[in-house]
Design a protein around this ligand. Structure first.
Ligand code: IVH
Length: 718
């Protein structure tokens, strides 16, 4: 992707240029979002991303009329955590470092120091060597020994004020008060990072949350902002630190090593090594692997030593920073451009390796998402044996054109998770064919479809796909579905593993296996309750006649959440009628399909999901099987027009006692009301809970019908 960031100042843009650029920016940001959120492979850096969004906002501010319907500024919060922070200017600039890659580079670095300071060979150059962690550098300002402000590096001169987020750090790594003596004013710099283990756990948790969110979304339920799955510890640390809500930062496993000084009202040390000791004395964590080298010739050995330890360290390092120890010399050397003359980052070689791609396996996720995974001949990449790598999705496989038999280049550059960066074209075996992404599910053979505009291909096998079974079974018995007590995840897993429950209908045949279950560890004798099996079977029996809407919801059809299940139940009344009409609706253009799509609140997209579900013979069979075990109660005839709230505008305000306000609003909507947030002349009813404020007052002023919670419940028939 080429970033469409222009150099033209926003003030000078013509309307045509602005419109063109807004279009390009919307596309670039959407691409970056997609790469970040869904493909888990950022195409631009966080800073570039923020710059794109800032530029977009600036152009929109100048040309409000040109703001696009798909404007990135309206996108979910969390996408650009940078927006919304105050600016913070650094006392002295936060510099970057020049790189060395080989001993000659380091030798040239020391030569240039000698040249600059006019030192001869006899003069010893002592260096402090510090592991270079790839995290996020921060600037911490202390006034009279008290932590007053923390900022990101930003452009080096000015960063974002993230004080509130840094205040969530423990005292053990970020002291709020320096132990005396200290200068009246001092800036301390360091790196915020995540360990590899914390990152992997965090990433897993984020992936789990994203999956859950996707499931809710698929059921047509409301979901919060998209969940980012960070690609590497650096992204995870950066994203965690730049949250607008400090409580999110608090929940993230962030660490901090202090390593440099910015502005200081009085000098605090004569050497960098002593400065690090002062940092420790003030209460900061300083990387314990930092070392004072007696002279420049020790650098290569230290580099090799750390290179050897690298893979075993708790955090990722991409090189070693060598800093001239004498601070008076540092001062004299100053900097060129943005990098100091007195320090250098000697990078480790990129963690790359080549190996042969043996296979591309397709994994089926809990929602049926098909994910390609590379299986390779095991190879050592930067000290870690690797034989699997994700290829993310269908498009990624095509873009990289990886073929089975290819020699692929694997990389672990700053990323704990290895990635295939490309193929060695010359080594492609003759006759290797482009990978044909399957259009059927490898787990169950059902069709795998990829809706237009989506990157993920999904199995439509639903109820019968073993990869999705456990997750779907969990949904089937969950509280808002069939609500079978005693069937938690652990028990479902056990029953599934033992082969007793493969489909929802099997749950209702469990009584046949009571004896066997009683023999299981923790189920029979060893169980907390000796009646575990009896209780479970009784709970199952109690659910043989669920309300039709719960039954439909329990099937876990994509986009059929509770609301839609209710609409379907009320429209078709009985299971038999619903099934018959759904079968007929699999034919596009049929009367049944038209009818389905025209149900208020359903619409053609959801109609398609239902039709796809019923088009699969497996799903039909599983449903038939289930219908043989349970007899859902017919849904009552429902007519919103019977309700006093039908067609009325209703506002809820204050705290309700019996239910949440969200639930009350949903009930009102079901009764045909239009629920709004603000009170106006058009409002018909204002339902007032405890501590209602200005809305209740306004309702009284406008002479609107005000209802207490009790009155509302009575009228709503609750
Ligand atoms: S010193 C002038 N020390 O590397 C000194 N930086 O490329 C500049 N970094 O932005 C920083 N570990 O984020 C320094 N021990 C260390 C470091 C370190 C990591 C990062 C830091 C900085 C970047 C410069």
């Amino acid at each position: 992707m080429t970033a469409p960031l222009r150099t033209l100042p926003v003030e000078t843009l013509t309307e045509a240029q602005a419109a063109e650029e807004l279009a390009a920016l919307a596309q670039a940001i959407a691409e970056a979002d997609l790469a970040y959120h869904q493909q888990d492979a950022p195409v631009i850096t966080d800073a570039e991303y923020d710059a794109l969004r800032r530029r977009n906002a600036a152009i929109e501010a100048r040309f409000p009329a040109l703001k696009r319907a798909d404007s990135p500024s309206d996108a979910a919060p969390g996408a650009a955590p940078a927006a919304g922070f105050a600016k913070a200017r650094h006392g002295t600039p936060m510099l970057s470092l020049d790189n060395a890659f080989a001993p000659e580079d380091f030798a040239e670095f020391t030569r240039s120091i000698r040249r600059f300071l006019r030192l001869d060979e006899a003069e010893v150059l002592r260096f402090v060597a510090e592991p270079k962690i790839d995290g996020l550098s921060v600037n911490l300002t202390y006034e009279n020994g008290i932590f007053v402000r923390g900022a990101t590096r930003g452009d080096g001169t000015e960063g974002e004020d993230i004080t509130r987020n840094l205040e969530t750090f423990s005292e053990a790594i970020l002291p709020r008060r320096l132990a005396a003596p200290f200068p009246a004013q001092i800036e301390i710099r360091g790196e915020v990072f995540m360990t590899k283990a914390d990152f992997l756990a965090f990433r897993e948790e984020q992936a789990r949350l994203a999956e859950e969110r996707e499931q809710r979304r698929a059921r047509g339920e409301k979901v919060g902002p998209e969940i980012r799955i960070p690609a590497n510890p650096r992204n995870a640390a950066a994203g965690s630190l730049r949250q607008l809500d400090p409580e999110i930062t608090r929940s993230r496993p962030l660490r901090l090593f202090a390593y440099a000084q910015g502005e200081s009202s009085t000098p605090v040390a004569e050497t960098h090594w002593d400065y690090l000791a002062r940092l420790r004395g003030w209460g900061f964590a300083v990387n314990p692997l930092s070392r004072l080298l007696a002279d420049e010739h020790d650098a290569a050995a230290f580099q090799a030593e750390m290179g050897g330890q690298r893979a075993g360290l708790a955090y990722d390092i991409d090189g070693i920073v060598y800093k001239l120890d004498r601070l008076d010399w540092q001062g004299r050397l100053g900097f060129v451009g943005r990098a100091p003359r007195w320090a250098i980052a000697w990078k480790f070689p990129a963690e790359q390796a080549t190996t042969r791609l043996l296979d591309i396996q397709i994994q089926v996720g809990r929602t049926g998402a098909l994910t390609p995974r590379a299986v390779m001949e095991p190879v050592n990449v930067g000290g870690v044996m690797v034989q699997h790598a994700t290829l993310h999705n269908e498009d990624e496989v095509a873009r990289k054109d990886v073929r089975i038999g290819d020699t692929v280049i694997l990389q672990r550059a700053g990323d704990v998770i290895p990635q295939i960066v490309g193929v060695v074209a010359e080594k492609r075996p003759e006759g290797a064919l482009p990978f044909a992404f399957p259009t059927t599910c490898p787990a169950c053979g059902s069709h795998a479809v990829r809706p237009e505009g989506e990157v993920v291909r999904r199995c439509t096998g639903g109820l019968v796909c073993p990869a999705q079974t456990v997750e779907r079974l969990k949904h089937f018995v969950s509280r808002n579905a069939l609500d079978i007590e005693g069937l938690g995840e652990e028990n479902i897993l056990r029953l599934h593993e033992e082969g007793l429950v493969k489909s929802p209908a099997d749950i209702f045949r469990l009584h046949r296996h009571a004896e066997r279950m009683r023999g299981w560890e923790g189920w029979g004798k060893g169980a907390k309750s000796s009646k575990k099996v009896e209780n479970l079977l009784a709970a199952i029996e109690a659910r043989r006649g669920p309300p039709l809407e719960r039954f439909i919801f329990a099937l876990g059809i994509r986009r059929i959440g509770e609301q839609n299940a209710k609409l379907l139940a009320r429209h078709y009344h009985s299971l038999a009628a619903w099934r018959e009409k759904m079968l007929a609706a699999t034919t596009i253009g049929s009367e049944a399909r038209e009818e389905l799509g025209s149900i208020q609140g359903i619409g053609p997209a959801i109609a398609t999901e239902l039709a796809e579900f019923f088009a699969e013979a497996h799903n039909r069979a599983a449903l038939e099987d289930l219908a043989g075990e349970v007899a859902p109660q017919d849904a009552e005839d429902f007519s919103a027009s019977d309700s006093p709230f039908a067609g009325k505008v209703v506002v809820f305000t204050g705290t309700l006692e019996k239910t949440s306000r969200d639930e009350a609003e949903a009930v009102a909507e079901r009764l045909g009301a239009k629920v709004t947030k603000s009170v106006s002349k058009k409002t018909d009813f204002v339902v007032v809970g405890a501590d209602a404020g200005s809305k209740a007052k306004k309702a009284a002023e406008l002479g609107l019908r005000v209802l207490s919670e009790g009155e509302w419940r009575e009228m709503a028939g609750l």
